[in-house]
Design a protein around this ligand. Structure first.
Ligand SMILES: [Zn+2]
Length: 76
């Protein structure tokens, strides 16, 4: 499966979030949005990203299954 990235966006204004360079965030942290200045809760961001990620994985998997089926039918 192709690697994919899930963009983290501000929960308030939907601007892409950029963490401080080299900074790592953990559960319970707040990530300040550069655009609107709101603090985004790490855990909420993670949940949103996870949901998005799941959707993309499903789509990708569906596509691959369809491609495989096409190949399968070509053989016969
Ligand atoms: Zn924002």
């Amino acid at each position: 499966m192709k690697p994919f990235t899930v963009e983290l966006v501000c929960l308030f204004c939907r601007a892409p979030l950029q963490g401080k360079e080299g900074a790592t965030y953990a559960s319970g942290d707040l990530i300040k949005c550069m655009e609107c200045g709101e603090d985004n809760d790490y855990d909420s961001l993670l949940n949103v990203a996870k949901e998005k990620g799941v959707g993309r994985v499903k789509k990708e998997a569906e596509k691959q299954i369809k491609d495989e089926l096409k190949k399968l039918f070509k053989k016969f």
